[in-house]
Design a protein around this ligand. Sequence first.
Ligand code: ARG
Length: 303
Amino acid sequence: MNKLIHSSKELTFDLRQTPSMPLARQILMVRPTFFHVDNPINPHMRKADGTLHQLDKPKAMKEWEVLRETYVKLGFSVHEADAQEGLPDMVFCANQSLPFVSRTGLKTAIMSNMANDTRHKEVPALESALTRLGYKTEHLPARSSGTLFEGMGDALWLPGHRVLLGGYGHRTTQEIYGAVFGLVDATVITFELANPRFYHLDTCLSILDSQSALACKEAFTAEGWALVKQIFPKLIEVSVSEADSPVFACNAHCPDGRHVIMQSGAERTVSALKSHGFIPIELSTEEFVKSGGSVFCMKLQFF
Ligand code: ARG
């Protein structure tokens, strides 16, 4: 039976015994043609002196191409949604939706209610792309201060299981998980995010497989951290110095339970990953970190 869980006391059963969900084998990306840092909506977008980061656009384009190629080399089919002028953050295409497969096998995506007005305009473009890819889309209650949801920025599947881990507190509201729970037909576990530098769950928790994850304690409340530890028997704790920008180690992406694509420079996290049997693939996403995003934000993994 599905449960909506908010505290470690309520988690009284083994999540690995829940019904299964297929693994996601496809990647969607948005080319950074109109990518900019001009609308500072998270703390990483400003330098220490308060001014906005300056982008090196050719370098951003190169970094994006290398990431795209990395997925292709790992055997993923990479699809592209068209970038749109005036939507500077659209390259971060993890945020506009939450794809899943229904119990009857229907590919479904819940479309986001993004916190920022400009970012919310990205949602229809991603909805058309997902529709073309064979998805049925679902919508949450009308967007208001209480119904915010930022897709796979905050809501992450436990690979292979009908279990969704949902962050809230900065971009997504806790109450919205009631509606999400009603749509996904899965167990949903919510986590309060306590630190504005880790404004999405994908900035402080990187799920590697159904037992393992990278996570940064300082991003969570005591209750949230108790849940993280309970869910992942093989947890790799990441220090704030490697989890915060400019390294953003917890925004790594493990697309296949084995390879971990990540911003380079997280020495201790890389060696911990190797000792747990993972294969880190380090690359540069420096230009995107200037906007508060790295590998995990720059793609949507779908079924
Ligand atoms: N500048 C973007 C924002 O603040 C970055 C989004 C990064 N995405 C993510 N999933 N963390 O919305």
